[in-house]
Design a binder for this molecule. Structure first.
Ligand SMILES: [Zn+2]
Ligand SMILES: [Zn+2]
Length: 142
């Protein structure tokens, strides 16, 4: 039987839980920092300007359309500063990619304007959304 966190834990258990969560967050940030450093150091990357970012094998960040997205555990991030925690959803980059394509295809069926991408912050959550001002389209990718 899973415990109800709000009812059955006493203060010390709650504190322990919180400190474990904080440790995990710190580890993720540390791994993230290392990855970004390595990424910045690898100057051999040379994407041709005409390459369509949506056709890459890597999942390119829709916001900067330049750097690949990277995932460490539940956090998807980009060298440009994008950071999405998909903890609740258990999603992967491939999932994000297919949702991204699905959203863009859905939009293309009814509108020719190039949609834009944005991060929506709601409470603790960050979502990646495709929006279009031309037709009031909005699609939550993750
Ligand atoms: Zn980016
Ligand atoms: Zn549109």
């Amino acid at each position: 039987m899973p415990k109800r966190l709000d009812l059955d834990l006493d203060d010390s258990e709650v504190n322990e839980f919180i400190s474990i969560m904080e440790e995990i967050q710190q580890e993720i940030r540390e791994e993230e920092r290392k990855w970004l450093e390595e990424y910045a150091a690898s100057e051999t990357r040379n994407l041709e300007s005409e390459v369509d970012w949506l056709q890459q094998d890597e999942v390119i960040c829709p916001l900067c359309q330049k750097n690949p997205l990277h995932q460490i555990r539940s956090v998807i991030f980009c060298a440009c500063g994008v950071r999405i925690d998909v903890q609740q959803d258990g999603l992967t980059l491939q999932h994000l990619k297919s949702e991204l394509h699905k959203g863009l295809e859905t939009h293309e069926q009814g509108c020719l304007v190039s949609p834009s991408f944005s991060l929506l912050h709601f409470l603790e959550n960050t979502n990646l959304a495709i929006t279009c001002e031309g037709c009031n389209f909005m699609y939550i990718v993750v």
